[in-house]
Design a protein around this ligand. Structure first.
Ligand code: GNR
Ligand code: NI
Length: 169
């Protein structure tokens, strides 16, 4: 197991579109385990492969209080959505920024589990938000894209400054 490096906005790699997983080999299983470990280590409730610079349609989520209910979804597709739910979102790729975003409150998603079996998940509120946030990552979209150009520009400037101070740039 290993902790992977999480890319941060405005890294252009976060804009890449992830390809479907064709077969779940040992490398993919290792990646899923590493993504879960990385998510728990970072204190997040979700992580998309895009964030660790792997451009495949893989996401992991755990919205449970006890952090003991991991969910892994490959090649996810939303098959229905309705309602509206507002939540103050954050992102491990946009550290220290939290903004209210409105998304559909009820979704049904299909995809594959880590064994390659077809699964369907009905999700509401926080889990629904989290799945949509992770699916956005897989198509190169970030929650800051829902904000005004001005707000997004301010966030970009702030993070660029942070990265310079950290010597990341
Ligand atoms: O840890 C996370 N919290 C969170 C809060 C509200 C909406 C979405 C999220 S996902 C985020 C982890 C992350 O960046 N996943 O891509
Ligand atoms: Ni995120």
């Amino acid at each position: 197991m290993s902790i992977l490096t999480i890319l941060e906005f405005p890294d252009e790699q976060l804009r890449k579109k992830a390809a479907p997983v064709k077969n779940i080999d040992d490398n993919i299983k290792q990646l899923i385990d590493d993504m879960l470990e990385t998510m728990y280590h970072a204190g997040g409730i979700g992580l998309a492969a895009t964030q660790v610079n792997v451009h495949l349609q893989i996401l992991v989520i755990d919205t449970s209080e006890q952090k003991n209910d991991p969910l892994c979804l490959l090649n996810p597709e939303i098959i229905s959505k309705e309602g509206a739910f507002e939540y103050k979102e954050g992102c491990l790729s946009v550290p220290e920024i939290f903004e209210k975003i409105i998304r559909p409150s009820h979704i049904t998603v299909k995809g594959l589990n880590r064994h390659g079996e077809a699964i369907e998940i009905e999700a509401i509120d926080l889990l629904s938000t989290c799945i949509q946030h992770e699916m956005d990552h897989l198509r190169g979209k970030l929650f800051v894209d829902y904000l005004s150009t001005l707000k997004r520009q301010r966030i970009k400037t702030k993070l660029e400054k942070m990265h310079r101070l950290e010597g990341k740039e």
